[in-house]
Design a protein around this ligand. Structure first.
Ligand code: ACO
Length: 425
């Protein structure tokens, strides 16, 4: 079997090495292409471009497979906690009991946020979107906490600090946006329970932790914990490749995640379902989504990689049902979502385009049941994706082949012409 492909250009043959991944996927190594042939590749949206080798997450979009460090996400959602999954992604293996205890202690030790940061929060206009605030505040962490050195121990502290503080900061932004007293993290609570308590506890109405809600939040965060080279992770890697500090790289990831074509879709889905519920015109909106001339799309449908049902959406759908049942809640948006899914999955357009519900389609229903306000949905996604961003950043820093990311282009502007003085234009 050949371990290269042959490219013929202007009568000359070039051999390009073939690279095989551990799951058998093949790639053409073009790293010497320009040097040897003078050619570059053109791939808008990088749909055919592998930017790195990575041992963190495996996705098979045709078969609907997602594994973190080799472990199926279904098993992690059933048996693991978000904290343990974060450890797995960042360190490469599930923790021993001793490692997990140490990790918990570190998360607790670093959970407080510098009191001066509260002043920043209070200065944002009340209508600011929490994702804009979170991105700015994570970037600001660099000014409050010492610079990352390359020592393993120090990297571990910064990573733990980030994991712990982002959760505190997210809850803090919610409390401040409502004009309520900030609730501090508690050492006796687990990662997810602590977040829920910081969000919802109040001096006049103590928050009662419900194990089903804590479990649902764990599963939500696990399902979002990594997804190989998606838009926000690519942003973290690209920005990180300039050797900027980790906080700034994560802040870039948060900004990318905010977009409605990416993580912002979870908010957009609920807005779409609410609109459908109000207007009661599902069929007409599905028709709009199929119309090429109309930019309207079904939010929560379609994925760059999955051409079958997103395995995360399957778990999220089950969880939405289960949680509503356990909490004895009914949500009309779940009925609309199911009806919409049924229509779309039978419709030729969606079938031919391989458009299935993605992770964001049912996640908003789960978050609503937990009590998370709609404009905080993408913040919850960011908390979930944090271990993935960190793991990918760490991997890129340790990768001898990882360089400054600087793509090429095919220039399509005007040819050279002379400057014209303003009075002659
Ligand atoms: N509704 C209607 N049509 C769609 C949808 C949709 N949600 N998604 C894709 N299509 C159609 C496009 O119109 C296009 O049709 P055409 O080939 O006839 O012109 C075809 O499917 C391919 O679409 P692209 O945009 O080229 O596919 P791409 O891989 O770039 O898009 C994306 C993926 C951005 C996720 C897209 O499916 C989309 O916009 N979905 C809605 C937003 C969403 O849910 N985003 C969350 C994704 S998951 C995540 O990031 C966590």
């Amino acid at each position: 079997m050949n371990d290269f492909v042959t490219l013929t250009h202007q009568g000359r043959e070039f051999r390009l090495p073939l690279v095989t991944g551990s799951e058998g996927e093949k790639a053409i190594d073009i790293s010497r292409l320009r040097q040897e042939t003078g050619l570059i590749t053109l791939d808008p949206g990088f749909a055919n471009t592998g930017s790195c080798r990575s041992a963190i997450t495996f996705v098979d979009g045709e078969r609907g497979i997602l594994r973190y460090r080799g472990i199926p996400v279904e098993q992690l959602a059933e048996h693991s906690t978000f904290k343990e999954t974060a450890f797995l992604l960042i360190n490469g293996a599930l923790p021993t009991q001793k490692e997990l205890t140490r990790f918990s202690v570190m998360l607790n030790d670093h959970s407080l946020v510098h009191e001066d940061m509260k002043i920043f929060y209070q200065s944002f206009p009340r209508s600011s979107h929490p994702m804009g605030i979170l991105s700015a505040m994570v970037n600001a962490l660099r000014s409050f906490y010492p610079e990352l050195q390359n020592l393993e121990e120090e990297i571990n502290i910064t990573v733990t600090r980030l994991l712990s503080k982002v959760r505190t900061m997210a809850a803090m932004s919610y409390k401040i946006s409502r004009g309520h007293t900030v609730v501090y993290p508690r050492p006796d609570l687990t990662y997810c329970a602590n977040f829920l308590n910081m969000m919802f506890d109040s001096p006049v109405k103590p928050y009662e932790l419900d194990p089903d809600v804590v479990k649902a939040l764990n599963v939500f965060l696990i399902l979002h914990a990594d997804h190989e080279q998606n838009c926000s992770t690519a942003a973290v890697r690209v920005v990180g490749s300039a050797r900027v500090n980790l906080y700034a790289a994560i802040s870039a990831g948060i900004a990318a995640l905010w977009g409605p074509l990416h993580g912002g879709a979870n908010q957009a889905v609920i807005e779409m379902l609410t609109d459908m519920h109000r207007r009661r015109n599902l069929g007409a909106l599905v028709d709009r989504a199929k119309d090429r001339k109309d930019p309207y799309r079904l939010m929560g449908f379609g994925h760059r990689v999955y051409k079958t049902y997103d395995p995360r959406a399957r778990i999220m759908k089950q969880m939405a049902h289960l949680l509503l049942e356990k909490l004895k809640l009914s949500d009309p948006l779940l009925d609309i979502a199911r009806e919409l899914e049924e229509i779309a999955l039978k419709d030729d357009y969606f079938v031919e385009h391989h458009l299935y519900p993605n992770v964001d389609f049912y996640s908003g229903i789960v978050l609503r049941a937990i009590g998370i306000p709609t404009n905080m949905f993408t913040v919850l996604f960011a908390i979930g994706r944090l271990p993935g961003w960190i793991a990918q950043w760490k991997e890129s820093m340790d990768d001898p082949a990882w360089k400054l990311c600087r793509p090429r282009q095919v220039y399509s502007g005007p040819g050279e012409h002379d400057y014209v003085p303003i009075e002659e234009r």
